[in-house]
Design a protein around this ligand. Structure first.
Ligand code: SF4
Length: 353
């Protein structure tokens, strides 16, 4: 039985995590939270890409207030990210945050933490306790001769106990490190100590390429051991890319059924259409469909049709045009600039949804 089957069930807005519930995909906005319009627009794009929980930073009162406005226009639970100022945690909850993320070590002591917990308890809002290797306490760095997985876990357990002492156990825990193997080891250790759901991610993972590789390895090793209830792929870039990567990681590990799998060829000298552009657009376009099918995006008229025939739906590129192939049958030939629309039309009318 996987560790995640035994974690505590926690409700975040209208979603449930822990106890073997599906692993949910999170991301974080990079707009100023007080800019309601920009933040809502970004969240709506993320929702469309498959984001299931969104986190927004709440560094000031304007941002805390904006939470209420943002919540009216989005459809997924919102987590308020708090650093240093316990009042922002309280204000964010008063404005409708579905969860708060705090580091109990940096919000001004146990007295202030108790005030935050009191409001969370009244409103039954879960608290995510976040610990990051970059801000590990000096004593723990000294005790373990540097930043180590043991130190990160001890720090996280201290924070968990602080909240438990304040009389609350509606909690999610996250421990992060940009050192992938240290992060994996820390998760293995903490999974043996607590049964709160774990939010898993590799922090400061990097740009699109290094971030995706580090996250895939780190999350892959952690999730495959049955650890992790929610995930975030951290990338330096458009957060929509984080959500796309998270979906692929879950599908690859067999932890997410449903949703379209894209296969695409690597392109070669035979490719005569903008296949790279098309494959990227198709990948984004298909995220809203739940069908458990395979869509092939292939570049050429030599190997393409054969490969595309093995998928449920496919494109095989030609010169300035392409074939749409469905269940092995060529259904039409369309100009290159209409290929995306033609695929979308097929998906909208897909039988056996
Ligand atoms: S499917 Fe065609 S275009 Fe794509 S890599 Fe293979 S031969 Fe090249």
């Amino acid at each position: 039985m996987a560790y995640r089957d035994n974690t505590k069930v926690i409700k975040i807005g209208d979603r449930v995590i822990g106890g073997g519930n599906p692993i949910l995909i999170q991301s974080m906005t990079n707009t100023p939270t007080e800019d309601v319009e920009a933040t809502v627009n970004q969240i709506l794009r993320l929702e469309e890409a498959g984001c299931e929980i969104i986190r927004c930073t709440v560094p000031n009162e304007a941002a805390a207030k904006a939470i209420g406005e943002i919540k009216k226009k989005i459809h997924i639970p919102l987590v308020a990210d708090i650093h240093f100022d316990y009042k922002m945690a309280i204000k964010a909850m008063e404005n409708g945050a579905d969860k708060i993320r705090i580091n109990p070590g940096n919000i001004g002591g146990e007295e202030k933490l108790r005030e935050v917990v009191k409001v969370a308890k009244e409103r039954q809002i879960p608290i995510r306790v976040g610990v990051n290797s970059g801000s590990l306490e000096k004593e723990l760095v000294e005790k373990y001769n540097g930043v180590t997985a043991q130190g990160i876990v001890e720090s996280a357990l201290d924070k968990v106990r602080m909240i438990e002492r304040a009389g609350y156990d509606n909690m999610v825990v996250s421990i992060k490190s940009s050192d992938v193997l240290m992060c994996v080891q820390a998760h293995e250790l903490i999974a043996k100590e607590i049964n709160y759901p774990l939010h898993v991610g590799i922090t400061e993972a990097g740009t699109l390429i290094s971030g995706n590789i580090k996250s895939s390895i780190g999350l892959g090793l952690i999730l495959n051991q049955g650890i992790g209830d929610t995930i975030r792929v951290s990338l330096t870039g458009d957060p929509v890319e984080e959500v796309k990567s998270a979906r692929i990681i879950l599908r690859t590990l067999g932890l997410r059924k449903g949703g379209i799998e894209i296969v695409s060829c690597p392109t070669c000298g035979r490719t005569k259409i903008d296949l790279i552009g098309l494959a990227n657009k198709v990948e984004t376009m298909v995220s809203k469909y739940e069908y458990n099918i395979k869509v092939a995006v292939m570049g050429c008229a030599v190997n393409g049709p054969g490969e595309a025939k093995e998928a449920d739906l496919g494109v095989a590129g030609g010169i300035g045009e392409g074939l749409i192939i469905k269940k092995g049958q060529i259904v039409k030939k369309v100009p290159e600039d209409k290929l995306l629309d033609a695929l979308k039309e097929e998906l909208d009318n897909w039988q056996g949804k």
